[in-house]
Design a protein around this ligand. Structure first.
Ligand code: HEC
Length: 189
């Protein structure tokens, strides 16, 4: 065999191996991821809205602090995926985006800046499959993530700072990328 043929064969094998690694049902994970993220979002925002209405925003913050994690954890258990919400400008230090998450975050931010659509994505990394989806800021979020004083009432802002001394999750505008859903599936089937 000539050197050239060997090289071609090697490249062929390499491409084949990489493709084989990718051979999982991307659409299936995408569909499942979307459903889980939507259900979790609805559950969280349903509880927050109810708490604001019944007990006011300060109690709603206490709810987020105490229950956001147990709630997502119980859904994680139910769906057998690790559900998290990560951000660059995070409130809870546990929700800081990792270097890998940042790639997706930057991509979504660029698309949003260009006025383009942002969609959920599947990334596979060794034997882990990760679903990502954008979390955009809505009007209802401004009371806790908008501009201090004009949108976040003073007493509420002080309460947030007491519970989260390193809070970065303020000064958002409607439509901004507030964070991303990150769903880690246990393994490829
Ligand atoms: C009542 C106040 C309140 C409202 C309203 C609210 N949030 Fe939050 N948000 C919080 C608190 C408190 C946390 C930290 C929760 C924790 O400790 O895990 C948080 C955390 C988050 C996180 C996780 C990342 C991080 O910064 O820790 C995302 C994403 C998020 N909020 C998005 C939203 C979106 C989108 C809306 C509107 C649909 C919204 N929030 C409405 C108080 C609020």
């Amino acid at each position: 065999m000539t050197m050239k043929k060997i090289i071609v064969l090697f490249i062929g094998l390499f491409v084949f191996a990489c493709n084989a690694k990718q051979s999982f049902d991307r659409e299936k994970y995408l569909k499942e991821g979307k459903e889980i993220a939507q259900t979790t979002a609805k559950t969280l925002s349903g509880h927050v809205k109810k708490a604001i209405k019944e007990k006011g925003p300060i109690e709603a913050i206490n709810f987020c602090k105490l229950s956001a994690y147990p709630l997502t954890d119980s859904l994680s258990e139910l769906y057998k995926v690790k559900i998290s919400r990560v951000a660059i400008k995070n409130r809870n230090p546990e929700n800081k985006a990792t270097a890998k998450d940042l790639e997706i975050f930057k991509k979504y931010e660029e698309l949003i800046a260009k006025g383009e659509k942002v969609k959920p994505e599947i990334k596979s990394d060794n034997d882990k499959i990760v679903f990502y989806a954008p979390i955009r800021l809505q009007q209802a979020c401004l009371i806790c993530h908008g501009t201090p004083q004009s949108e976040i009432p003073d007493t509420l802002f002080k309460h947030i700072q007491t519970l989260y001394p390193d809070d970065l999750a303020v000064n958002f505008k409607e439509g901004d990328l507030r964070g991303i859903w990150k769903l880690e599936f246990e393994s490829k089937e």
